[in-house]
Design a protein around this ligand. Structure first.
Ligand SMILES: O=P(O)(O)OC[C@H]1O[C@@H](O)[C@H](O)[C@@H](O)[C@@H]1O
Length: 338
């Protein structure tokens, strides 16, 4: 388990607010994290809250340099990040979902399924949806509720030219109906020329303990017949094919995993670095801290219309994280392309 030192989330710079990544700790046991949820305030948060309550009236709003909020598909508020180093990203506040990450050669390395809808009736199918507070299957809807809720902007800043935005999510009557706990999630997103980094912080703001599982359900654009993933040899597997509710236990014996058919497999205690060849001439490195597990998924003929065009490589936390009141859990993901 990893936790935040008391300084996390406490920085304020001019009109923007930020979480300070230099003070993250990675001890074995979580420690108390007083008032983390109250320390982040910004003009951005106010703007986002107003927009999400009236998505039809999203006005273009500029935050820190390189960060704008515009009207996206379905009239939903969309945060656009533009780095002077030539990369760009798009994040829907609905679901806190990063739907696009374009690198300097113009290629978008993420994939949104053609059946994705932007009407809030379903989560956005593609990009990097959140799975929280359940990866699933489990007692609530598959992948939990965080991808169905409006996140807001907690802060924005510009670090040496690179835009950094922090989104936040708190419990509501909607989440409480499924999971009766008070929580605070912060999601810090940074782009550089050839990298996309996220830091997810979950804090227990309740007066009782809670437990959750989570994942970043990343859809990478791909040509599936040529996709390979390296780095998982020797790891324990929970293969959800053919029965997702009763996965078979095994050990991965391949250096290089390919996707000749349906794949839905959890890898426990995965390494902190994986290598993905997307089959489109991009060599992608996926690094993490705190995401202990990995899920590989391609639906094959279950999604005949699009399975050839993507692969999901998901950093995950499958075994439940237990948080006492005021404790936080932090996990980082860093995706880079050669
Ligand atoms: O909810 P989505 O985006 O359609 O993804 C569903 C899939 O998500 C994967 O993470 C699971 O391992 C699969 O079992 C599941 O079918």
């Amino acid at each position: 388990m990893v936790v935040a030192a008391p300084c996390v989330g406490a920085g304020v710079s001019g009109s923007s607010t930020f979480t300070t990544s230099h003070c993250l700790l990675w001890p074995q046991q979580a420690r108390r994290h007083p008032r983390a949820s109250r320390s982040v305030r910004s003009r951005g948060g106010v703007a986002a809250a107003a927009m999400s309550s009236n998505p039809g009236a999203v006005a273009t709003t500029s935050l820190a340099e390189g960060i704008r909020v515009v009207e996206g598909n379905g009239g939903l508020p969309l945060v656009k990040l533009a780095s002077p180093h030539g990369s760009e990203a798009e994040i829907y506040l609905f679901g806190g979902c990063i739907t696009s990450w374009t690198v300097p050669n113009g290629k978008d390395l993420l994939f949104v399924r053609p059946d994705a809808v932007f009407d809030k009736k379903k989560p956005i199918s593609g990009g990097i949806p959140h799975c929280f507070p359940q990866f699933g299957p489990g007692p609530m809807q598959q992948h939990g509720f965080a991808r169905n809720m409006d996140w807001s902007i907690a802060g924005s800043e510009n670090v040496e030219g690179d835009p950094v935005v922090t989104l936040e999510l708190k419990d509501s009557s909607y989440s409480r109906a499924m999971w009766d706990f008070s929580f605070h999630a912060l999601y810090k997103v940074t782009i550089n020329a050839k990298s996309l980094s996220t830091v997810l912080t979950i804090t227990n703001t309740d007066n009782k303990p809670f437990a959750f599982s989570s994942a970043l359900h990343t859809y990478f654009r791909a040509s599936i017949k040529d996709v390979s993933v390296k780095g998982l040899k020797g790891r324990k597997t929970l293969n959800k094919d053919p029965d997702p509710s009763n996965p078979s236990v095994g050990v991965e014996d391949r250096d290089m995993i390919t996707f000749p058919g349906f794949v839905d497999c959890v890898y426990l205690d995965a390494p902190s670095e994986l290598h993905l060849d997307n089959g489109l001439n991009d060599s992608i490195t996926i690094q993490n801290k705190g995401w202990s597990d990995v899920v590989l998924w391609n639906p094959y003929l279950q999604m005949e219309h699009c399975y050839r065009d993507f692969v999901c490589v998901e950093n995950a936390k499958i075994a439940e994280v237990q948080l006492e009141p005021e404790q936080s859990w932090i996990a980082e993901q860093h995706i880079s392309v050669n």
